[in-house]
Write a protein that binds this ligand. Structure first.
Ligand code: ADP
Ligand code: MG
Length: 363
Protein backbone atom coordinates (compact mmCIF):
# COMPACT_ATOMS: atom_id res chain seq x y z
CA UNK A 1 0.00 0.00 0.00
CA UNK A 2 0.88 3.66 0.17
CA UNK A 3 2.44 3.42 3.63
CA UNK A 4 4.45 0.30 2.84
CA UNK A 5 5.82 1.75 -0.38
CA UNK A 6 6.92 4.85 1.47
CA UNK A 7 8.57 2.74 4.15
CA UNK A 8 10.55 0.72 1.61
CA UNK A 9 11.66 3.95 -0.04
CA UNK A 10 13.03 5.42 3.16
CA UNK A 11 14.53 2.19 4.41
CA UNK A 12 16.43 1.66 1.16
CA UNK A 13 17.76 5.20 1.24
CA UNK A 14 18.95 5.03 4.83
CA UNK A 15 20.55 1.61 4.28
CA UNK A 16 22.46 2.95 1.28
CA UNK A 17 23.67 5.99 3.17
CA UNK A 18 24.55 3.96 6.27
CA UNK A 19 26.52 1.28 4.46
CA UNK A 20 27.88 3.13 1.48
CA UNK A 21 31.28 1.39 1.59
CA UNK A 22 29.83 -2.12 1.64
CA UNK A 23 27.47 -1.21 -1.15
CA UNK A 24 30.17 0.12 -3.44
CA UNK A 25 32.46 -2.84 -2.84
CA UNK A 26 29.75 -5.47 -3.25
CA UNK A 27 28.02 -3.87 -6.25
CA UNK A 28 24.81 -3.81 -4.25
CA UNK A 29 23.87 -0.40 -5.60
CA UNK A 30 21.83 -1.70 -8.53
CA UNK A 31 19.59 -3.73 -6.28
CA UNK A 32 18.91 -0.68 -4.13
CA UNK A 33 18.23 1.54 -7.11
CA UNK A 34 15.66 -0.99 -8.32
CA UNK A 35 14.10 -1.12 -4.89
CA UNK A 36 13.78 2.65 -4.64
CA UNK A 37 12.58 2.81 -8.24
CA UNK A 38 9.83 0.25 -7.71
CA UNK A 39 8.61 1.63 -4.44
CA UNK A 40 8.70 5.20 -5.72
CA UNK A 41 6.57 4.17 -8.67
CA UNK A 42 4.12 2.45 -6.37
CA UNK A 43 4.09 5.47 -4.10
CA UNK A 44 3.46 7.85 -6.98
CA UNK A 45 0.77 5.56 -8.37
CA UNK A 46 -1.07 5.68 -5.06
CA UNK A 47 -0.66 9.42 -4.89
CA UNK A 48 -2.01 9.81 -8.42
CA UNK A 49 -4.95 7.51 -7.62
CA UNK A 50 -5.78 9.61 -4.63
CA UNK A 51 -5.77 12.83 -6.64
CA UNK A 52 -7.79 11.29 -9.48
CA UNK A 53 -10.38 9.79 -7.17
CA UNK A 54 -10.83 13.21 -5.66
CA UNK A 55 -11.42 14.84 -9.07
CA UNK A 56 -13.46 12.31 -11.03
CA UNK A 57 -16.82 12.71 -9.24
CA UNK A 58 -16.80 16.45 -9.97
CA UNK A 59 -17.30 15.73 -13.64
CA UNK A 60 -19.80 12.93 -13.11
CA UNK A 61 -21.86 14.95 -10.67
CA UNK A 62 -21.71 17.97 -12.97
CA UNK A 63 -22.89 15.90 -15.92
CA UNK A 64 -25.76 14.41 -13.93
CA UNK A 65 -26.72 17.75 -12.38
CA UNK A 66 -26.83 19.72 -15.61
CA UNK A 67 -28.37 16.72 -17.40
CA UNK A 68 -31.25 16.88 -14.89
CA UNK A 69 -31.75 20.58 -15.57
CA UNK A 70 -31.85 20.00 -19.30
CA UNK A 71 -34.37 17.15 -18.87
CA UNK A 72 -36.42 19.39 -16.61
CA UNK A 73 -36.40 22.08 -19.28
CA UNK A 74 -37.47 19.60 -21.96
CA UNK A 75 -40.26 18.20 -19.76
CA UNK A 76 -41.52 21.69 -18.97
CA UNK A 77 -41.47 22.72 -22.64
CA UNK A 78 -43.27 19.51 -23.73
CA UNK A 79 -45.90 19.89 -21.02
CA UNK A 80 -46.76 23.19 -22.70
CA UNK A 81 -45.95 25.67 -19.94
CA UNK A 82 -45.36 29.26 -20.91
CA UNK A 83 -41.77 30.35 -21.34
CA UNK A 84 -42.18 33.07 -18.71
CA UNK A 85 -42.98 30.30 -16.14
CA UNK A 86 -40.19 28.00 -17.22
CA UNK A 87 -37.33 30.51 -17.09
CA UNK A 88 -37.51 31.42 -13.37
CA UNK A 89 -37.76 27.75 -12.37
CA UNK A 90 -34.79 26.78 -14.51
CA UNK A 91 -32.85 29.77 -13.22
CA UNK A 92 -33.54 28.80 -9.65
CA UNK A 93 -32.42 25.18 -10.13
CA UNK A 94 -29.48 26.29 -12.21
CA UNK A 95 -28.16 28.67 -9.59
CA UNK A 96 -28.83 26.20 -6.78
CA UNK A 97 -26.88 23.53 -8.63
CA UNK A 98 -24.16 26.00 -9.42
CA UNK A 99 -23.72 26.81 -5.72
CA UNK A 100 -24.11 23.26 -4.43
CA UNK A 101 -21.76 21.40 -6.74
CA UNK A 102 -18.49 22.81 -5.38
CA UNK A 103 -19.65 22.11 -1.84
CA UNK A 104 -20.55 18.51 -2.72
CA UNK A 105 -17.25 18.23 -4.43
CA UNK A 106 -15.38 19.48 -1.35
CA UNK A 107 -17.19 17.02 0.89
CA UNK A 108 -16.30 14.18 -1.40
CA UNK A 109 -12.69 15.21 -1.66
CA UNK A 110 -12.41 15.54 2.10
CA UNK A 111 -13.83 12.04 2.55
CA UNK A 112 -11.32 10.50 0.15
CA UNK A 113 -8.57 12.41 1.93
CA UNK A 114 -9.66 11.03 5.29
CA UNK A 115 -9.97 7.48 4.01
CA UNK A 116 -6.57 7.71 2.43
CA UNK A 117 -4.84 9.20 5.46
CA UNK A 118 -6.45 6.84 7.94
CA UNK A 119 -3.72 4.22 7.59
CA UNK A 120 -0.99 6.76 8.05
CA UNK A 121 -2.75 8.21 11.04
CA UNK A 122 -3.17 4.80 12.67
CA UNK A 123 0.51 3.96 12.47
CA UNK A 124 1.57 7.35 13.81
CA UNK A 125 -0.96 7.39 16.63
CA UNK A 126 0.38 4.17 18.14
CA UNK A 127 3.87 5.63 18.22
CA UNK A 128 2.71 8.76 19.98
CA UNK A 129 0.59 6.94 22.55
CA UNK A 130 3.64 4.90 23.44
CA UNK A 131 5.61 7.79 24.83
CA UNK A 132 3.22 10.04 26.63
CA UNK A 133 4.32 9.11 30.11
CA UNK A 134 6.98 11.68 30.88
CA UNK A 135 9.96 10.85 33.02
CA UNK A 136 9.89 12.81 36.24
CA UNK A 137 13.51 12.91 37.37
CA UNK A 138 12.82 14.52 40.74
CA UNK A 139 10.03 12.25 41.85
CA UNK A 140 12.19 9.19 41.39
CA UNK A 141 13.40 7.17 44.29
CA UNK A 142 17.04 7.48 45.25
CA UNK A 143 19.40 4.59 44.94
CA UNK A 144 22.16 3.96 47.45
CA UNK A 145 25.19 1.92 46.51
CA UNK A 146 27.41 1.17 49.48
CA UNK A 147 28.01 -2.57 49.42
CA UNK A 148 27.24 -4.67 46.41
CA UNK A 149 25.39 -5.29 43.18
CA UNK A 150 23.76 -8.67 43.07
CA UNK A 151 22.30 -10.67 40.20
CA UNK A 152 19.97 -13.32 41.52
CA UNK A 153 18.75 -16.29 39.47
CA UNK A 154 18.63 -14.36 36.23
CA UNK A 155 17.00 -16.10 33.28
CA UNK A 156 16.98 -14.28 29.99
CA UNK A 157 16.13 -14.91 26.37
CA UNK A 158 15.36 -12.46 23.59
CA UNK A 159 11.70 -12.27 22.63
CA UNK A 160 12.48 -13.00 19.00
CA UNK A 161 14.24 -16.26 19.91
CA UNK A 162 12.65 -17.28 23.18
CA UNK A 163 13.86 -20.91 23.01
CA UNK A 164 17.48 -19.77 23.18
CA UNK A 165 18.11 -19.16 26.87
CA UNK A 166 21.11 -16.84 27.03
CA UNK A 167 21.35 -16.68 30.81
CA UNK A 168 20.04 -19.62 32.82
CA UNK A 169 19.73 -19.06 36.57
CA UNK A 170 22.74 -16.79 36.56
CA UNK A 171 24.10 -15.51 39.89
CA UNK A 172 26.76 -12.89 40.52
CA UNK A 173 27.83 -10.57 43.30
CA UNK A 174 29.93 -7.49 42.58
CA UNK A 175 31.37 -5.81 45.65
CA UNK A 176 31.79 -2.08 45.76
CA UNK A 177 35.08 -0.69 44.50
CA UNK A 178 36.22 -3.96 42.96
CA UNK A 179 36.99 -4.58 39.32
CA UNK A 180 35.41 -7.53 37.63
CA UNK A 181 36.21 -8.89 34.20
CA UNK A 182 33.84 -10.84 32.01
CA UNK A 183 35.27 -12.91 29.17
CA UNK A 184 33.76 -15.44 26.80
CA UNK A 185 33.40 -16.25 23.14
CA UNK A 186 31.52 -13.80 20.96
CA UNK A 187 27.83 -14.62 21.17
CA UNK A 188 28.12 -16.05 24.68
CA UNK A 189 25.93 -13.29 26.12
CA UNK A 190 28.40 -10.81 27.58
CA UNK A 191 26.71 -7.71 26.17
CA UNK A 192 23.32 -9.10 27.13
CA UNK A 193 24.49 -9.59 30.69
CA UNK A 194 25.75 -6.02 30.80
CA UNK A 195 22.47 -4.67 29.42
CA UNK A 196 20.65 -6.48 32.22
CA UNK A 197 22.97 -5.03 34.86
CA UNK A 198 22.45 -1.58 33.36
CA UNK A 199 18.70 -2.03 33.53
CA UNK A 200 18.32 -1.68 29.77
CA UNK A 201 16.90 -5.19 29.45
CA UNK A 202 14.46 -6.84 31.85
CA UNK A 203 15.15 -10.47 32.65
CA UNK A 204 12.24 -12.93 32.45
CA UNK A 205 13.14 -14.32 35.85
CA UNK A 206 15.37 -13.16 38.66
CA UNK A 207 16.37 -9.77 39.98
CA UNK A 208 19.11 -7.19 39.90
CA UNK A 209 19.65 -5.86 43.41
CA UNK A 210 21.68 -2.83 44.43
CA UNK A 211 22.32 -3.00 48.16
CA UNK A 212 19.31 -5.35 48.42
CA UNK A 213 17.01 -2.91 46.59
CA UNK A 214 15.60 -4.25 43.36
CA UNK A 215 16.02 -2.15 40.23
CA UNK A 216 12.59 -1.11 38.95
CA UNK A 217 10.83 1.64 37.04
CA UNK A 218 10.92 3.98 40.04
CA UNK A 219 14.62 3.95 40.76
CA UNK A 220 16.05 3.25 37.33
CA UNK A 221 16.67 6.95 36.57
CA UNK A 222 18.69 7.26 39.78
CA UNK A 223 20.63 4.16 38.74
CA UNK A 224 21.43 5.66 35.33
CA UNK A 225 22.84 8.69 37.11
CA UNK A 226 25.49 6.74 39.01
CA UNK A 227 26.61 4.42 36.22
CA UNK A 228 28.93 5.14 33.32
CA UNK A 229 28.73 2.97 30.24
CA UNK A 230 31.11 2.49 27.33
CA UNK A 231 29.16 0.52 24.72
CA UNK A 232 30.63 -1.80 22.12
CA UNK A 233 29.94 0.75 19.39
CA UNK A 234 30.07 4.38 20.39
CA UNK A 235 27.50 6.80 19.10
CA UNK A 236 28.95 10.22 18.29
CA UNK A 237 26.79 13.22 17.51
CA UNK A 238 27.86 15.71 14.85
CA UNK A 239 29.05 18.20 17.43
CA UNK A 240 32.40 19.24 18.88
CA UNK A 241 34.69 16.81 20.71
CA UNK A 242 33.99 18.60 23.99
CA UNK A 243 30.22 18.26 23.56
CA UNK A 244 30.62 14.60 22.70
CA UNK A 245 32.63 13.96 25.84
CA UNK A 246 30.27 15.96 28.05
CA UNK A 247 27.37 14.19 26.37
CA UNK A 248 23.91 15.43 27.29
CA UNK A 249 25.27 18.53 29.04
CA UNK A 250 24.26 21.98 27.79
CA UNK A 251 27.06 23.68 25.88
CA UNK A 252 27.43 26.57 28.35
CA UNK A 253 27.55 24.22 31.33
CA UNK A 254 30.43 22.05 30.16
CA UNK A 255 33.30 21.85 32.62
CA UNK A 256 36.28 22.08 30.26
CA UNK A 257 38.86 21.17 32.87
CA UNK A 258 36.98 17.98 33.60
CA UNK A 259 36.72 17.25 29.87
CA UNK A 260 40.48 17.59 29.50
CA UNK A 261 41.16 15.44 32.53
CA UNK A 262 39.00 12.54 31.36
CA UNK A 263 40.46 12.86 27.86
CA UNK A 264 43.90 12.43 29.39
CA UNK A 265 42.73 9.37 31.29
CA UNK A 266 41.31 7.93 28.07
CA UNK A 267 44.63 8.62 26.26
CA UNK A 268 43.02 10.87 23.66
CA UNK A 269 44.13 14.32 24.85
CA UNK A 270 47.42 14.27 22.89
CA UNK A 271 45.64 13.44 19.68
CA UNK A 272 43.01 16.15 20.19
CA UNK A 273 45.53 18.86 21.04
CA UNK A 274 48.12 18.00 18.40
CA UNK A 275 46.23 16.62 15.42
CA UNK A 276 42.94 18.44 15.41
CA UNK A 277 42.85 21.99 14.03
CA UNK A 278 40.45 23.41 16.60
CA UNK A 279 41.28 21.09 19.47
CA UNK A 280 38.30 20.31 21.63
CA UNK A 281 36.05 22.49 19.48
CA UNK A 282 36.60 20.37 16.35
CA UNK A 283 33.41 18.89 14.94
CA UNK A 284 33.53 15.12 14.53
CA UNK A 285 31.20 14.79 11.53
CA UNK A 286 28.08 12.69 11.25
CA UNK A 287 28.43 9.65 13.55
CA UNK A 288 32.09 10.60 13.96
CA UNK A 289 33.20 9.92 10.37
CA UNK A 290 36.32 12.03 10.86
CA UNK A 291 37.65 9.72 13.57
CA UNK A 292 39.08 6.21 13.54
CA UNK A 293 37.44 3.35 15.41
CA UNK A 294 40.01 3.52 18.21
CA UNK A 295 39.65 7.29 18.56
CA UNK A 296 35.88 6.94 18.84
CA UNK A 297 36.29 4.30 21.52
CA UNK A 298 38.58 6.55 23.53
CA UNK A 299 36.07 9.39 23.29
CA UNK A 300 33.46 6.91 24.53
CA UNK A 301 35.64 6.08 27.51
CA UNK A 302 36.19 9.77 28.25
CA UNK A 303 32.43 10.31 28.02
CA UNK A 304 31.72 7.59 30.56
CA UNK A 305 34.36 9.00 32.92
CA UNK A 306 33.10 12.60 32.61
CA UNK A 307 29.97 11.67 34.56
CA UNK A 308 32.29 10.62 37.37
CA UNK A 309 30.20 7.49 37.84
CA UNK A 310 30.33 5.24 40.87
CA UNK A 311 30.22 2.21 38.63
CA UNK A 312 31.88 1.97 35.24
CA UNK A 313 30.64 -0.56 32.70
CA UNK A 314 32.85 -1.18 29.68
CA UNK A 315 31.78 -3.45 26.82
CA UNK A 316 34.88 -4.37 24.81
CA UNK A 317 35.87 -0.75 25.15
CA UNK A 318 39.47 -1.35 24.16
CA UNK A 319 38.97 -3.95 21.43
CA UNK A 320 39.71 -1.52 18.58
CA UNK A 321 42.86 -0.19 20.21
CA UNK A 322 46.43 -1.25 19.72
CA UNK A 323 48.11 -3.08 22.57
CA UNK A 324 50.04 -0.03 23.81
CA UNK A 325 47.03 2.27 23.96
CA UNK A 326 45.01 -0.47 25.61
CA UNK A 327 47.77 -0.86 28.14
CA UNK A 328 47.85 2.88 28.81
CA UNK A 329 44.09 3.03 29.29
CA UNK A 330 44.15 0.02 31.57
CA UNK A 331 46.85 1.78 33.54
CA UNK A 332 44.61 4.85 33.90
CA UNK A 333 41.71 2.64 34.90
CA UNK A 334 43.88 0.84 37.41
CA UNK A 335 44.45 4.22 39.00
CA UNK A 336 40.73 4.36 39.63
CA UNK A 337 41.03 0.94 41.22
CA UNK A 338 39.65 0.98 44.71
CA UNK A 339 37.78 4.22 44.03
CA UNK A 340 35.26 2.88 41.57
CA UNK A 341 33.42 -0.32 40.84
CA UNK A 342 34.38 -1.41 37.35
CA UNK A 343 32.86 -4.11 35.15
CA UNK A 344 34.92 -4.87 32.06
CA UNK A 345 33.89 -7.08 29.18
CA UNK A 346 36.88 -8.02 27.11
CA UNK A 347 37.92 -10.20 24.26
CA UNK A 348 41.56 -10.34 25.17
CA UNK A 349 42.49 -11.84 28.50
CA UNK A 350 45.19 -9.16 28.73
CA UNK A 351 42.51 -6.55 29.32
CA UNK A 352 41.16 -8.30 32.41
CA UNK A 353 44.33 -9.68 33.93
CA UNK A 354 44.45 -7.05 36.65
CA UNK A 355 40.79 -7.47 37.66
CA UNK A 356 39.96 -8.63 41.16
CA UNK A 357 37.66 -11.28 39.77
CA UNK A 358 37.21 -12.78 36.31
CA UNK A 359 34.09 -14.54 35.06
CA UNK A 360 34.06 -16.79 32.02
CA UNK A 361 30.78 -17.13 30.20
CA UNK A 362 30.28 -20.40 28.34
CA UNK A 363 27.46 -20.86 25.89
P1 ADP B 1 28.50 -11.19 23.20
O1 ADP B 1 28.44 -9.77 23.64
O2 ADP B 1 29.05 -12.12 24.23
O3 ADP B 1 29.20 -11.35 21.90
P2 ADP B 1 25.64 -10.93 22.98
O4 ADP B 1 25.19 -10.72 24.37
O5 ADP B 1 25.71 -9.74 22.11
O6 ADP B 1 27.02 -11.72 22.96
O7 ADP B 1 24.67 -11.97 22.29
C1 ADP B 1 24.35 -13.21 22.89
C2 ADP B 1 23.42 -13.99 21.97
O8 ADP B 1 22.18 -13.31 21.87
C3 ADP B 1 23.92 -14.16 20.56
O9 ADP B 1 23.67 -15.50 20.17
C4 ADP B 1 23.10 -13.21 19.73
O10 ADP B 1 22.85 -13.78 18.48
C5 ADP B 1 21.83 -13.08 20.53
N1 ADP B 1 21.26 -11.71 20.46
C6 ADP B 1 21.90 -10.55 20.76
N2 ADP B 1 21.09 -9.50 20.64
C7 ADP B 1 19.89 -9.99 20.25
C8 ADP B 1 18.62 -9.40 19.94
N3 ADP B 1 18.42 -8.08 20.05
N4 ADP B 1 17.62 -10.22 19.57
C9 ADP B 1 17.81 -11.55 19.48
N5 ADP B 1 18.96 -12.17 19.75
C10 ADP B 1 20.00 -11.42 20.12
MG1 MG C 1 29.10 -8.04 22.86
Amino acid sequence: SFVEANEVRYQACSEVLGGIKDIIINHAGKQYIEKVDQSSRLYSLHLATKETLGQVPLHIVETIGYGCIIILAIVLVISGKEISHILPILGLYGIAAYRMLPAAQNIYRAITQIKFSQNVFKSIRDEFLLNNKKIDYKKNQKIVFENKIQLKNICFSYASRSSNLILDHFNLIISKNKTIGIVGKSGSGKSTLMDIMLGLLQPQRGKVLVDDVELNQNNIQAWYQIVGYVPQSIYLADKSIAENIAFGVEKDQIDFEAVKLVAQQAQIDDFIMQKLPQGYQTKVGERGVMLSGGQKQRIGIARALYKNPQILFMDEATSALDIETEYAINEAIQNLNGKKTIVIIAHRESAVKSCDQVIRLIS
